[in-house]
Design a protein around this ligand. Structure first.
Ligand code: HEC
Length: 141
């Protein structure tokens, strides 16, 4: 009998602390901040949705696109953008050239790319860029 009473009287305050913890943590955060964080997360999710349906099941293609965005967009205009003399053709034009197949792009990425002779991608990045180019070629057909 004594044992039973002791264990319940000890268990109750323990439980109360555990139950209160998340509430206290949330209460410490201003409500506006919580709303802003969830709005941000929601916006990010929505922003990503339309851009990626074709890429969702192809991680290599998505990684290749990231590499292109980071290293190649200083020169290569986006599809539909005006090509000026100081810029390079869009990839939609490049993948439509006769003979531009997987082997050609692999060889191209192994060599120095004039005028961008100093760019050095890792081999796995080159492989991802090739996957992205192949995906673009399929979509352009
Ligand atoms: C400093 C500018 C510059 C950067 C950066 C650049 N390119 Fe280019 N690229 C060009 C120019 C200019 C051409 C067209 C003339 C040529 O073929 O050399 C070109 C052409 C190409 C071609 C087509 C070649 C052909 O004959 O079909 C491919 C493929 C290509 N670039 C891939 C890339 C990739 C991938 C990256 C990023 C890793 C990249 N480029 C970054 C300037 C650039």
């Amino acid at each position: 009998m004594t044992l039973f009473t002791d264990s319940t009287s000890q268990a109750t305050p323990m439980l109360t602390i555990l139950e209160l913890l998340p509430e206290t943590a949330l209460a410490a955060m201003p409500t506006r901040a919580v709303t802003q964080v969830s709005t941000l997360l929601l916006t990010a999710t929505i922003a990503l949705l339309p851009a990626t349906p074709a890429l969702a099941d192809k991680p290599a293609v998505a990684r290749g696109e990231k590499v292109v965005e980071e290293w190649c967009r200083d020169c290569h205009v986006r599809e539909g953008q005006k090509l000026t003399p100081d810029m390079a053709p869009p990839y939609s034009v490049i993948v439509a050239i006769d003979g531009r197949d997987r082997a050609w792009f692999e060889a191209f990425l192994k060599a120095d790319h004039f005028p961008m002779t100093t760019f050095r991608l890792f081999d796995h990045e080159k492989a991802d860029v090739v996957e992205w180019l192949m995906d673009l070629q399929r979509r352009e057909k």
